[in-house]
Design a protein around this ligand. Sequence first.
Ligand SMILES: [Zn+2]
Length: 423
Amino acid sequence: MAFPYMEAVVGFMILMHFFETYLDLRQHAAYKLPTLPKPLEGVIGQEKFQKSRAYSLDKSRFHFLHEFVSILMDSAILLFGILPWFWKKSGEFLVLAGLNAENEILHTLSFLAGVMIWSQITDLPFSLYSTFVIEARHGFNKQTVWLFFWDIIKGIFLSVIIGPPIVAAIIIIVQKGGPYLAIYLWGFMFVLSLVMMTLFPILIAPLFNKFTPLPEGELRESIEKLASSLTFPLKKLFVVDGSTRSSHSNAYMYGFFKNKRIVLYDTLIQQCKTEEVVAVIAHELGHWKLNHTMYSFIAVQILTFLQFGGYTLVRNSSDLFKSFGFDTQPVLIGLIIFQHTVIPLQHLVSFALNLVSRSFEFQADAFAKKLGYASELRSGLVKLQEENLSAMNTDPWYSAYHYSHPPLVERLAAIDKSDKKED
Ligand SMILES: [Zn+2]
């Protein structure tokens, strides 16, 4: 008898669901704590603390429901053979439309169109509730229902344009195959990611947000001065109208080699003082100076290559396909099945990546501190935490598993610690 791959995958998914729910319960208990953690007493206002508690608890309750529905649907799709049924139906649909169902590319696109419609419909109640009930209740939501649906329409439009050529290319590469398939697939994804990184900010991001150059003034001068003192090749400095959707705030940078751009959310500029924004940028530039961006990029490339390598090993295993209910071996289905079989590894990898990411955050904080921004970074981080109503009390297991950024208490302690060393 062949190994019951599908049952093992579903079993593991359910096991992981229990484990993650246990972590969520631990974190939920931390949200309920009625007092601020000691180091934040007197740093965070009582009113902000109460608001952040209410917001976190609201989100947490919703998260339990969302996760439960997701695991129920995902296991049912696998256990009841909905995947092969859907594949068959999408072939029949092609025939009805007068197209050639023997063509794997067309069949795959028909299948993916169905998957997209299905996921849009099943996600909709959750994203509507999250945006217009939870975010709105806590004063974050700034978007209208019209803008919400317009975003979805633009998203679908984009996937219809970008998706098919990519899907077709992957299928052709796999069909041509050969012993170096993993290298070809990785090479394709590598080029694709470079193209997307170049085109996304120019063609796609402006479809959703307005990017305007940061106006001349104190803030612009300070950031430019900081960038040139670090020889950071700052080509453009933008403000994005994040406030049209949400009052959450942020800043980020992107671009290759000598062509870097920094984007500030308008909400960040409204919420923080000039020196605090500059301190946040100093932290971001720390990521660049310390090569964090490069390391992350390389890590993603290695992981992509390993995934494709694993895929090429199992892509012809008829046992694996049969276990998931397939007699044929379409490329896309092979990729989907493979993705499911490596779920245990993916959890380990994301845990490890979070671990590395948190140490990068400490390093970037220390970098900003070394440039003399300790107190501004401190107050900037506190303000962002307050304005975003981020969780003040965190469970150590939960944050170790999920957080890509260290909890505020730990970041402040680390900034203070390096303070004392220099005294
Ligand atoms: Zn950072």
